[in-house]
Design a protein around this ligand. Structure first.
Ligand code: 6PG
Length: 479
């Protein structure tokens, strides 16, 4: 075979197909393969005019059509399906060739796969790709991990197809082995938190403010031109102004109120628990989805007539819409600060040396959480790469300081009127916990020492101590 492809894509469902088309549209010759050849043929028949595709019926033909070092993009369902494709292609590859997993794989799987394939002389790159089907075609944000030397051969191709901001690609080598998939996972966790906060803002404007979905759509459209401007705010306005054709009702009123989840938000929280990073905003968003999906227990609550507050008090002290905007912005800052703290903690744990500012930079376009706001995050980490939390950066400190009275009013109103706002309330609790001079954790240490002799430290001297609670004088001893 004379003509060789610079890159190949196996797995031609919509995401894989769109990535292949994106590579072809950028002038690359693209080998394409799918378990069922029919889908491969369809792709070439329908989109062959967009560039040069080399369709392959078998894995062997696919590999043979690739130039060295071979670059094989795997775009299949995360989990066993990915392992099956690796097992099919790895034996056909040679030293220095690379497999790129562009699915939403769990970073621990990516670390395992990378180590196993390195032992065979192959490169394995776990690359987070964010932006959905449209992003894959028109420019995603791409978060490749894997060996640094892989990026030399692979990076230029990924940067070609990535979204651009001021001509700069939303793609950078994140770090070794599973770093790319870890960052993508946290991106999704932040996405969950962002979506939850937006949903709470909508709920308050609807239930407390009495606004219609169309009116709230207008509010979000207005917010989208300000500091909250982002893809998620933009699409929220679109979803809220949608009218259901069949019933003539607002679309949001005919959708079953049970949020589903494929798992990346859950993984983020599980990883944060292991790292000891309090991602309360992301956790509350995962639990809020689980609560909404708990049809049986929600029915039991409804049947039992769980009482709510007496007649709702008015939102006092401020204009509800303006206060909700402040609460949304402050809570969003907390959620992002927590997500970035988790990335820094993992980077330290795994020795990935991730540049948080670079992550903010490649999230400015192409991905689901793309937002103007990310420019300020990038600036914060450019100023201080080892920033312990975004909340102490001048811009964010001032933004939260200016928002906190309104934020507190909103949390009070939600509580008084029985509107669930776990995102707003937990973000405020996190903020107050972070700035507290003394926390009640001292009492918890005392309790733990009382029932389990788990010892405690003191504020006034070094060392560990235990109190002999069962004795008359309850003397304190060094532990
Ligand atoms: C993205 C999206 C993508 C997917 C979500 C859906 O970055 O392009 O986040 O990865 O649409 O993972 O996740 P849930 O089904 O868990 O909401």
């Amino acid at each position: 075979m004379s003509q060789k492809a610079q890159i190949g894509v196996t797995g031609l469902a919509v995401m894989g197909r769109n990535l292949a088309r994106n590579f072809a549209r950028h002038g690359h010759t693209v080998a394409v393969h799918n378990r069922s050849y029919g889908r491969t043929k369809e792709l070439v028949e329908e989109f062959g005019h967009e560039g040069t595709f080399l369709p392959a019926e078998t894995a062997e033909q696919f590999v043979a059509s690739l130039e060295r070092p071979r670059r094989v993009v795997i775009m299949v369902k995360a989990g066993p399906a990915t392992d099956a494709v690796i097992d099919e292609f790895a034996p056909l590859l040679e030293e220095g060739d690379m497999l790129i997993d562009a699915g939403n794989a769990h970073y621990a799987d990516t670390r395992r796969r990378e180590a196993a394939l390195k032992a065979k002389g192959l490169h394995f790159v776990g690359a987070g790709v964010s932006g959905g089907e449209e992003g894959a075609l028109h420019g995603p944000s791409i978060m490749p991990g894997g060996p640094k030397e892989s990026y030399e051969a692979l990076g230029p191709l990924l940067e070609d197809i990535a979204a651009k901001v001021d001509g700069e690609p939303c793609c950078v080598h994140v770090g070794p082995d599973g770093a790319g998939h870890f960052v993508k996972m946290v991106h999704n966790g932040i996405e969950y938190a962002d979506m939850q906060l937006i949903a709470e803002a909508y709920d308050l404007l609807r239930q407390v403010g009495g606004l219609s979905p169309q009116q709230i759509a207008d509010v979000f459209a207005e917010w989208n031109s300000g500091r909250l401007g982002s893809y998620l705010i933009e699409i929220t306005a679109e979803v809220l102004k949608q009218v259901d054709a069949g019933t003539g009702k607002p679309f949001v009123d005919v959708v079953l109120d049970q949020a589903e989840q494929k798992g990346t938000g859950r993984w983020t929280v599980q990883a944060a628990l292991d790292l000891g990073v309090p991602v309360s905003g992301i956790a509350e968003s995962v639990f809020a989805r689980a609560l909404s999906g708990g049809a049986d227990v929600r029915k039991a609550a409804a049947d039992a007539g769980l009482p709510g507050p007496s007649a709702g008090a008015e939102h006092v002290g401020g204009d509800l819409r303006a206060d909700v905007e402040q609460a949304l912005f402050a809570s969003k800052i907390v959620a992002y600060a927590q997500g970035f703290q988790q990335i820094q903690a993992a980077s330290k744990e795994y020795g990935w040396e991730i540049d948080p500012g670079a992550m903010a930079k490649i999230w400015r376009a192409g991905c689901i959480i793309r937002a103007k706001f990310l420019d300020f995050i990038k600036q914060a980490y450019d100023k201080q790469p080892d920033l312990s939390t975004l909340l102490v950066d001048d811009y964010f400190l001032n933004a939260v300081s200016g928002a906190q009275d309104a934020w507190r009013r909103v949390v009070v109103t939600a509580a008084q009127q029985g509107i669930p706002a776990p995102g707003f309330a937990s973000a405020l609790a996190y903020y107050d916990g972070l700035r507290a001079e003394r926390l009640p954790a001292a009492l918890i240490q005392g309790q733990r020492d009382f029932f389990g002799a788990h010892t405690y430290h003191r504020v006034d001297r070094e060392g560990s101590f235990h109190t002999l609670w069962a004795t008359e004088d309850r003397a304190e001893v060094s532990a």
